[in-house]
Design a protein around this ligand. Sequence first.
Ligand SMILES: [Zn+2]
Length: 275
Amino acid sequence: MLETWQFRVGVYSKYACKPEDPCLLYNSEGELLLNPQSGELLHACGYQGLLSSRPQDSAFLGTWGGRPLYAVSSQELEPSASGRLVSLREVLAFHEPEQGCLACMGKQLLHWRQQTRYCSACASPLQEKQGERARICPACQELYYPRINPAVIVSVAKGNRILLAHNRNFPGNTFSLVAGYVEVGESLEQAVAREVLEEVGLHIKNIRYWGSQPWPFPSSLMLGFQADYESGQLNPDGEEIDQAGWFTLDELPNLPRPGSIARKIIDSLLAEKKQ
Ligand SMILES: [Zn+2]
């Protein structure tokens, strides 16, 4: 199993990924290839025999059993690489949380590297920064670190009911919590209150932090909150949210699949109720 995969500043950039190094393997769609033997995400013997060409890129994640562990991306997986491909959302739903974290970290870092190849100030190709997880411009010394975009998600309670909304982009009739990106200059609590007001027309109170989850679609950090209804009539904005309603925990509609912070917050409310 995964042991010490903690981030080791100052050590990682000395490593270059070798074919036999342990890795998580992503195709160009961002899906992960499961190990054909173990069914796990980790390929303990590296990508040997699994790729039909050199990897497109790799990102150091940490160490595993004292060996460097990488996220490796490739456009061409070997046809004989018979392991099943899984989406990151499936990994979050059905694999151990620690593996989900690693898979998110790899996806986010590979995406960042792919999007951060040239200097925004002078357009020179960037180089790896030694000793830090960063890239540097050799011409003007500008530094580029992985960027994380904060987003908030909130469960709003009104008596024994919670607010759930259907986003136009959700598949089928899945309902979830209200969520959105934090704006520049905003506190997290302000973002929570604004999103609820904008999306469903309600004022809320008692906003309190619940927990967080990396959300690499493509590079967010989801910060979860709970709050209480204060005033206003439900009025979905019609653009992002086309339906919203108050639901008792006994009569919930179709929910997001397990693994998402939305589902974890709702499940925690259900667990509280049963106690
Ligand atoms: Zn530059």
